[in-house]
Design a protein around this ligand. Structure first.
Ligand SMILES: C[S@@+](CC[C@H](N)C(=O)[O-])C[C@H]1O[C@@H](n2cnc3c(N)ncnc32)[C@H](O)[C@@H]1O
Length: 315
């Protein structure tokens, strides 16, 4: 996949805009998509293998155990649009079960990681046509007209939908409906509400990998936006926000300090945080209602025995 210079420049401009506006707010915040530079993607893959991080192994088992039914739900000669493809580990389970798949379209904001994933999948499935797209799925994303319109389905695993706030999630699901068309389908992984202790452990592991993933954002700002963050003056925090039904990741300033980014100073009090990610947890009913509001009907739900995680088949 050729690197598109205009696209990289546009990404840098959006990153700069989001960081400067997010750090200027009374409650500092940064959109989670910027956690995924090359190192962020690699650290996320490490997180997925941690004992505390139940979502990946639970969702992988659900997909594996129900692969035949999921393949039947997607249908023959399908075109798969995957949003936030990451390392494409779960993708393999679906591709394996769908030998008639016509085209695989992975979409991700992390250009280099996407390229590596596309190359790996091309080696594993040499006869599969692949069309990777670098883009932000929370923005209006126009798909190339070369993608066949018939039999499209969206694949959105990883509970990445939980990182979107309710309005963003509704807009995303409506966009997905437009992308796949009125007869299209969608397979989407959703993390379910559960014991708060288990949730906090999943986002604040004992080996400190999630902390490194979160703190890496400061290093990215230093590198790409000429920032002066001292990451050892911040610490990772994971907190449960009950009204939002979400685990939040924050970076907490341990001392009073001023940080400069792109020539602009930002003042931090001791204990003040930057909110870097929310991971919303749904019930089956609350997610089905969200999907219904964006033109989707819940046709199937596959779950693990402990009902920790759900994979929805939407039509
Ligand atoms: C939580 S990871 C999930 C990865 C993989 N799908 C899985 O299930 O393990 C989120 C992935 O989505 C990508 N991503 C996050 N926000 C994005 C956005 N707004 N637009 C496009 N890709 C995004 C990240 O680069 C990362 O690869």
């Amino acid at each position: 996949m050729p690197r598109d210079i205009t696209l990289i420049d546009t990404q840098l401009a959006s990153f700069r805009h989001d960081v400067l506006s997010g750090l200027s707010r009374p409650r500092k915040t940064l959109p989670p998509r910027w956690l995924y530079d090359d190192r962020g993607c690699a650290l996320f893959e490490e997180i997925t293998r941690l004992p505390e991080y139940y979502p990946t192994r639970t969702e992988t088992a659900i997909l594996t155990d129900n692969a035949e039914e999921i393949a039947a739900f997607c249908g023959d000669d399908a075109v798969m649009l995957e949003y936030g493809a990451g390392a494409g580990i779960k993708t393999r389970i679906v591709i394996d079960a769908l030998p008639s798949l016509r085209l695989y379209v992975p979409i991700d904001i992390a250009a280099d990681f996407l390229q590596q994933t596309a190359e790996r999948l091309a080696r594993q499935f040499p006869s599969l046509r692949t069309l990777p797209i670098v883009g932000d799925f929370t923005a209006d994303l126009h798909l190339p007209s070369s993608i066949p319109t018939a039999n499209r389905f969206g694949f959105f695993p990883g509970s990445t939908i939980g990182n979107l706030d309710p309005d963003e999630a509704a807009s995303f699901l409506a966009r997905l409906r437009r992308h796949v068309g009125g007869t299209g389908r969608c397979i989407i992984g959703v993390d379910l509400k559960k014991d708060v202790g288990m949730l906090i452990d999943a986002y604040d592991d004992s080996q400190g990998v999630t902390a490194a993933f979160n703190l890496n954002l400061l290093q990215r700002i230093n590198r790409e936006l000429d920032g002066t963050f001292a990451p050892d003056r911040f610490r990772h925090r994971a907190v449960w926000n009950e009204p939002e039904g979400a685990v939040e990741m924050h970076l907490e300033s341990m001392v009073p300090q001023t940080v400069v980014v792109a020539g602009r100073p930002f003042r931090f009090q001791a204990g003040e945080t930057i909110h870097t990610e929310s991971s919303r947890k749904y019930s089956i009913a609350s997610f089905a209602a969200l999907a219904a509001g964006s033109g989707w009907q819940c046709d199937r739900v596959w779950m693990d025995g402990d009902q920790k995680f759900a994979v929805f088949g939407l039509v």
